[in-house]
Design a protein around this ligand. Structure first.
Ligand SMILES: Cc1cc2nc3c(=O)[nH]c(=O)nc-3n(C[C@H](O)[C@H](O)[C@H](O)COP(=O)(O)OP(=O)(O)OC[C@H]3O[C@@H](n4cnc5c(N)ncnc54)[C@H](O)[C@@H]3O)c2cc1C
Length: 279
């Protein structure tokens, strides 16, 4: 399908982009990789009157580490995350769609889009990271736990631009990422991300588990985390904790899977992700 007519600007600075967004009002939309927005426009599910392209805004595509924090510019592409050796974010980004999508899609775009089937939102939750946004009234930082409000709905205001994603580095953790889909390049039916810190005695000093597509927002599997934290990382303890992974979830049924099947997947994938992260 062909999108409705729209105007297009490609500002050369963040200030110009903010101004264009303000002048465009509620009919303006930011364009990053375009791999979620353009399909929606082609299906006429979105019809912005103005697209404000972020691709010429400098300084949004860097990856750096300082004081235990990984900083990713909002326009960092999935491919760059996948190949940067960042642990869990790299594992998850490498499963996104195909090379073409990973070359175009951005971390800022996927987090701002807030699709519960996307891979990176749960990674932000597991890292207990944040996004930095710039708006008319300056800069603010939104913690992962406050970002995702509902299906395709985040707490980022319409006139705000995500500039950076901050992830505490999770030094000393092991990681696991398991995603279930029918074809390799599809969105997750369910995905589970796990980060485990092993204590000197081999027990689980810290356990973090992220669930993708088990609700209208990404979730942490807190019952499983609590069940395993402090316990020896044996196969039995991991299996018992994984059995609790679907507690408190409300997975949306769709053409691919019933809600019950997704709960089953969450338990199985949690066991596998925890086993990998505990190696
Ligand atoms: C065939 C296909 C398969 C896919 N499979 C997967 C998959 O398996 N897993 C997965 O996670 N994703 C998947 N995607 C989605 C892909 O990862 C997108 O790139 C991503 O969801 C959106 O990123 P983008 O940079 O393309 O954003 P865009 O499409 O440009 O924008 C998305 C939304 O975010 C807003 N936005 C963009 N940047 C900013 C910013 N800096 N600040 C504030 N708002 C902003 C836009 O206004 C828009 O509303 C797939 C896409 C396609 C086309």
């Amino acid at each position: 399908m062909i999108p409705a007519e729209f105007d297009y600007v490609a500002p050369q600075s963040l200030d110009e982009a903010l101004q264009a967004l303000r002048e465009g009002g509620e009919d303006a939309k930011l364009l990053a990789g375009g791999h979620s927005l353009i399909p929606l426009m082609k299906l006429r599910l979105a019809a912005p009157a103005l697209l404000v392209d972020l691709r010429r805004v400098p300084g949004l595509s860097d990856i750096s580490r300082d004081n235990g924090t990984i900083r990713l510019g909002a326009m960092v592409r999935h491919h760059a995350v996948a190949t940067a050796g960042l642990g869990l974010p790299s594992l998850a980004a490498s499963t996104i769609a195909d090379q073409q999508v990973r070359n175009a899609g951005t971390i800022g775009g996927t987090l701002a889009h807030g699709d519960p089937a996307s891979d990176m939102p749960a990674i932000l939750l597991v890292h207990e990271g944040s996004v930095v946004v710039r708006g008319q009234n300056g800069e603010r930082e939104i913690a992962a736990a406050d970002l995702f409000e509902d299906y395709l709905t985040t707490s980022i205001a319409e006139d705000e631009i995500v500039t950076e994603v901050r992830l505490p580095a999770l030094e000393g953790y092991g990681f696991g990422y398991h995603k279930f889909n029918r074809r390799q390049e599809d969105w997750a039916m369910v995905a589970v991300s796990a980060a485990v810190k092993k204590g000197a005695d081999g027990s689980a000093e810290d356990v973090r588990i992220g669930l993708t597509h088990m609700s209208s927002v990404p979730l942490r599997a807190t019952a499983s985390e609590d069940a395993l934290r402090g316990k020896p990382l044996t196969e039995e303890n991991i299996a018992a904790a994984a059995e609790l992974a679907s507690e408190g979830t409300e997975p949306p049924a769709d053409l691919n899977a019933s809600a019950d099947y997704k709960r089953h997947l969450a338990r199985v994938l949690t066991r596998r992700a925890l086993a990998d992260a505990s190696q």
